[in-house]
Design a protein around this ligand. Structure first.
Ligand SMILES: [Zn+2]
Length: 283
């Protein structure tokens, strides 16, 4: 069975500030290695549980965070941010399970560490079919449409609780307890890795046994997006089927989750470009 890993960074043990996850910050080189080690723990667990192949998709910011020469030798890596399916690029029906590593709570949902939804400077809130969703739930719906169940999520206590409330039979590895959006009590790093490996092995075995159902999403799929700026909402109406519902809000509907996800990702890119003027050079 093939396992697909979508790896974000804010949910990694030790991370408590988004600056630690940004290239150029003095701590970034340390934290990208901690991310790589957590991914390796998940890959080891997948192999323990009987996985034949593992594909890892670097899914944070510029999506060039994972240190490939330190990645588990049995894992392939998708690297780089120009993707059509963003955090779920490369997933297809041939996979038997999806893992979310280093995930985090959505914006406005609580006090989870670095809670945000995909593009923190641009997007305030996302709804799918009238339900407010975080990245994990959006991505689980994409995987579900391809018939692939999410078997494991790792991150802080908040995202783990949200996800296991919404999805049946998913394994979680909670590597830190959120105190505030910018502070947490972290597990000892080696204990975090041990826990991820253990839960990944159980998750893989459960997926192989057919014990986890793929997420189902009602179609057509409607997205409601609240941006942080009216400029973002305004420019998104350049695209067919996108309707403005308020100064900072838009809605659209697409026949499938995958089509809706791609439009959502595209509108996030356009909305981000709109924030400072599309042809304004960045400082
Ligand atoms: Zn991220």
């Amino acid at each position: 069975m093939k396992v697909y890993v979508s790896a974000d960074m804010e949910g990694v043990c030790g991370v408590t500030h988004s600056a630690q996850c940004r290239p150029g910050h003095p701590d970034y080189e340390r934290f990208r290695r901690l991310l790589t080690q957590e991914v390796n723990a998940a890959v080891e667990g997948a192999i323990d549980g009987g996985a034949s192949d593992v594909l890892v998709n670097d899914s944070h910011f510029a999506m060039t965070n994972i240190v490939i020469e330190e990645l588990h030798p049995q894992a392939s890596l998708i690297s780089g941010s120009n993707k059509l399916v963003a955090q779920m690029e490369g997933l297809d029906e041939s996979f038997g399970a999806v893992f979310f590593v280093g995930y985090h709570q959505g914006d406005g949902e609580g006090d989870g560490v670095i809670n945000h939804t995909l593009m923190s400077a641009t997007i305030r809130r996302v709804g799918v079919n009238d339900v407010v969703v975080d990245e994990a739930l959006i991505n689980a719906a994409v995987a579900g449409e391809l018939g692939v169940p999410v078997a494991l999520l790792t991150g802080d206590d908040r995202v783990c609780a949200n996800f296991s409330d919404k999805l049946a039979n998913v394994q979680v590895a909670c590597v830190k307890r959120a105190i505030d959006r910018l502070s947490a009590e972290n597990l000892p790093v080696h204990e975090a890795h041990r826990l991820i490996r253990e839960q990944a092995a159980i998750a893989t075995q459960r997926a192989r046994a057919g014990a986890i159902q793929p997420t189902e999403t009602r179609t057509p799929v409607r997205f409601d997006i609240e941006f942080r700026s009216s400029s973002a909402a305004q420019l998104c109406t350049l695209f067919p089927t996108v309707e403005r519902t308020g100064p900072c809000t838009i809605t659209f509907e697409r026949p499938t989750m995958l089509e809706a996800y791609k439009l959502f990702w595209g509108l996030g890119i356009v909305g981000t470009a709109a924030m400072n003027g599309v042809f304004t050079p960045l400082p």
